[in-house]
Write a protein that binds this ligand. Sequence first.
Ligand SMILES: NC(=O)c1ccc[n+]([C@@H]2O[C@H](COP(=O)([O-])OP(=O)(O)OC[C@H]3O[C@@H](n4cnc5c(N)ncnc54)[C@H](O)[C@@H]3O)[C@@H](O)[C@H]2O)c1
Length: 442
Amino acid sequence: MRIAVVGTGYVGLVTGACFADLGNAVICADIDSRKIEMLTRGETPIFEPGLVEKVRINSRVGRLSFTDDVADAVKKSKIIFVAVGTPPGPNGEADLSQVRAVAETVGEAMDGYRSVVNKSTVPVGTGDIVSQIIAEKSGGAYTYDVVSNPEFLREGSAIHDFMEPDRIVIGCSNAAAGEMVAELYAPLNAPIIITDLLSAEMIKYTSNAFLSLKISFINEIANICERVGADVREVVEGVTKDSRINPAFFGAGVGYGGSCFPKDTLALVDIAAKAGYDFKVLKAVIDVNDGQRDLFVKKIAARLGKLKGKKVAVWGLSFKPNTDDIRESPALDIIQKLLDGGAAVTAYDPVAMDAAKEVLPGVGYADDPYAAAEGADALAVVTDWNEFKEADFKGLAKAMRRPLIFDGRNIYDPAKVEAAGLEYVGVGRRPGAAAPEADIKP
Ligand SMILES: NC(=O)c1ccc[n+]([C@@H]2O[C@H](COP(=O)([O-])OP(=O)(O)OC[C@H]3O[C@@H](n4cnc5c(N)ncnc54)[C@H](O)[C@@H]3O)[C@@H](O)[C@H]2O)c1
């Protein structure tokens, strides 16, 4: 089937490459000509494991092509997936300008039936907005369907998540249009849930809000563990043996980040408010998440006495491992707070340093993690990249001015770290249990 995917970001490019891999002819369209030029050369503008190989193979056999002419892609395709950004607006509401722009282009360019499938995460009711825009711009000359097909892939494992999804959600008002989209996913043998447009849009926000809730909940439990002397990892182990409580997204740390949870939680609070409902639990989730980063920096300041004049090494800049995405990354916030407190920061990340340099110029960047820790008064581990998990603790203890690790992702065994001569402070772990009260200001 001939498909257009509009927007070649983390979701659109993976979607386009995977649908091509499944045997479809796919045109990926984006208004960013720089991205399109790179993709046409066989390079990917983002780091995502396995993606560049899929892009190259499918381009070579002619199933995948790229264009910055969105109207042309619409003309050539019967099904148009929309995977553009929906960033937060000033009050947390989802900014739909990119989605609206694509709907306008579709309405203007279509020359026959089209099915417009929305993959972007959009507020409940957006399907109707897209439909109205297409009707206005096309003058009602052609029939069309608007379908919702929210995406659940995770950066870092996006290809796997697309190819082996837990479920596919399809929302539609016309069953035939839903079936046409379902057919594209048939080779994946995944459960397909077909529902109405509004419920499909709601499913995506509900998933992200619930996962964020799990993270903030366990972070609060961790904060209590620190005060009472319990160990959150052992608590989680005991709790998740209960088959009703799934261990995924249930680890304590510096909180969630990325381009989805922060914006989608804010957007759902806004969606609820506009529907006349005060979503109290979700507001608390957001509040706790913001506070978790503060708390982490306060712990560092408390241990060091003050931040001014101290050198802090930070391992990890991306919001999670296996991606170069730094959008809403806790690392950026934590580093900024350390800088505001007067600390000098040297950071290391396997792939996200170029992106970070653009937004955090006042930071030193090291070529390897141990060079970042050289002479440091503390090491803060903020992203749980695999390469940090097996650290050379003895080497670190020698290289650092004060051998002190703040494990913001609870990836280390405190006993092992301490045996190598380092002080260990985790999140909700038994050692380092003192509640942080220090002011982070110099
Ligand atoms: N990133 C994720 O892990 C993830 C997961 C699930 C869902 N989502 C959702 O998917 C959507 C896309 O997210 P993303 O991370 O891929 O975004 P992104 O910012 O990486 O990519 C969006 C792309 O759309 C392009 N674009 C903007 N306006 C356009 C237009 N009018 N015509 C053509 N292209 C246009 C941009 O140039 C950009 O390349 C968002 O709604 C997001 O919430 C993201």
